[in-house]
Write a protein that binds this ligand. Structure first.
Ligand code: HXC
Length: 283
């Protein structure tokens, strides 16, 4: 057994064609972790429908996946709009005949002090992260129930396990996503809908870098400020497995849960973080 210091290629783990015939919908699938998930699902044979609010993200993601010969399509969607969510999900099911996997990955985030967070700023994040997850899950329910089952995987986080200054909106919303995951898992098990979540650790995507730039006078350290050297030091000291994560690390867990290996798994929240949050919990 070798010790991986870089993300292992999926080819070492998942067989080609593993997800042949599956239809997956990935919200927030145009960039960052969502794009990593979309790419791996497509590489394994699924037709991936990528949903994003931003057309420019959709075009780039579609081009990068289809140029490699994999199956994907795109749809513009703001997960905060329940009517539009229902319409898009109904359309996807009509076009493809089914939806096997929903990945609730769309998220909004920014550092902001709780004392002065505006109602609209609070609402924007909670509506994207929590309400959006519920709206999409509710909209796929009748489709998955009718076809005899399906899988839902939501992106959570680890910051709410302890509390994280300047992130009240996102931590509260993701705690809600965890609760929703467990409740839906139990409620929808009779319909054979497996509902799980993944809690990624530090993965330096552009969205995370933006979200984790603290306000100048907050006293919160900016992990990304001094770039490479500081990040390498953080990986050495703060992440037990010694490296930052990548979108592929999270995608691997999604692929496992979407595969037949995930058949008896529901209601789980899987931490994929190189051991980071546990290590931080040590005195
Ligand atoms: C304070 C802010 C703000 C900021 C927006 N607002 N950005 N307040 N600091 N940096 C406030 C606005 O002033 C406004 O309130 C309200 O939030 C809504 O802002 P809009 O720009 O109108 O909203 P919208 O266009 O809907 O944008 C949603 C968003 C935005 C969440 C605010 O940041 C966004 O869309 N982000 C998407 C990308 C993203 O964040 N990805 C992060 C993924 S990383 P007022 O009162 O002025 O009207 C991630 C990592 C998790 O999730 C951590 C893992 C370890």
């Amino acid at each position: 057994m070798t010790d991986s210091t870089t993300t292992p290629a999926h080819a070492q783990v998942f067989r080609p064609g593993l997800l042949d015939g599956q239809v997956a919908l990935v919200t927030g699938g145009g960039t960052g972790i969502g794009l990593g998930i979309s790419e791996l699902l497509a590489e394994l044979g699924a037709h991936v429908v990528i949903a994003s609010r931003k057309p420019e993200h959709l075009e780039a993601a579609l081009a990068s996946i289809t140029a490699r010969g994999y199956k994907a399509s795109v749809v513009q969607l703001d997960v905060r709009d329940p009517e539009r969510v229902k319409q898009v999900i109904t359309d996807v099911a009509e076009t493809h005949g089914r939806i096997d996997l929903l990945v609730n990955n769309a998220a909004g985030n920014f550092y902001a002090p709780s004392a002065t967070l505006s109602p609209n700023a609070w609402k924007a994040v909670v509506e994207i992260d929590l309400y959006g997850t519920f709206y999409c899950s509710q909209a796929v329910y009748p489709i998955m129930a009718k076809q005899g089952g399906g899988r839902i995987v939501s992106t959570s986080m680890t910051l709410h396990y302890r509390g994280w200054p300047l992130m009240a909106h996102a931590t509260a919303a993701k705690a809600g996503v965890d609760a929703l995951t467990k409740t839906l898992a139990v409620e929808w098990a009779p319909q054979r809908i497996r509902v799980n979540a993944i809690a990624p650790g530090p993965i330096p995507t552009e969205g995370v870098r933006k979200a984790f730039t603290p306000p100048a006078d907050s006293g919160v350290p900016d992990l990304f400020a001094a770039a490479e050297e500081r990040m390498a030091e953080y990986a050495r000291k703060g992440i037990p497995l010694g490296r930052w994560g990548s979108p592929r690390d999270v995608a691997n867990m999604v692929a496992f849960l979407a595969s037949p290996a995930g058949d008896w798994i529901t209601g789980g929240i899987f931490v994929v973080d190189g051991g980071e949050w546990l290590a931080k919990a040590q005195p």
